[in-house]
Design a protein around this ligand. Structure first.
Ligand code: IDP
Ligand code: MG
Length: 135
């Protein structure tokens, strides 16, 4: 089976949408392998978003992802799981995300776009190891 990391970001937990996001993942046919409500620390956020270091939005992105608890998930599917999750998430910018997607239905601002999903098989392995080293 094929696994990927999903984060219901702090805005999702604050708005009471984490359950709905989990429900969408489960309804699609993905299985929960790990789940933990955790306030991400700055070092872990920096490692997670290392690819964005130096970009104008980097500091606010780290502040955002660390500001309150996030729901960290590992989900499993029969294959291409990271792609399945990213299709359910919708485009990064919620203003452009298709209706029916998490971001398309439930978010409007790029900076508060509710959900993270690994963007490749390699990212999934790295991110699962970062957040759930015992898995
Ligand atoms: P993704 O979350 O769809 O994979 P990435 O490009 O990896 O998108 O960006 C990570 C996160 O950084 C996005 O989810 C969004 O919250 C934030 N972000 C990306 N681009 C911008 C931007 O241009 N302005 C502000 N925030 C951004
Ligand atoms: Mg990304």
């Amino acid at each position: 089976m094929d696994r990927t990391l999903v984060i219901c970001k702090p805005d999702a937990v604050e708005r009471g949408l984490a359950g709905q996001i989990v429900a969408r993942l489960e309804a699609k046919g993905l299985k929960l392998v790990a789940a933990e409500l955790r306030t991400i620390d700055a070092d872990t956020a920096g490692a997670h978003y290392g690819e964005h270091k130096g970009k104008p939005f980097y500091d606010s992105l780290v502040s955002f992802i660390t500001r309150s608890p996030a729901l960290l998930l590992v989900v499993e599917g029969p294959g291409d799981t990271y792609k399945v999750v990213r299709t359910l998430m919708g485009a990064t910018n919620p203003k452009e995300a298709a209706p029916g997607t998490i971001r398309g239905d439930l978010a409007i601002e790029m900076t508060e776009n509710l959900v993270h999903g690994s963007d490749s098989q390699e990212s999934a392995a790295r991110e699962i190891a970062l957040f759930f080293p015992r898995l």
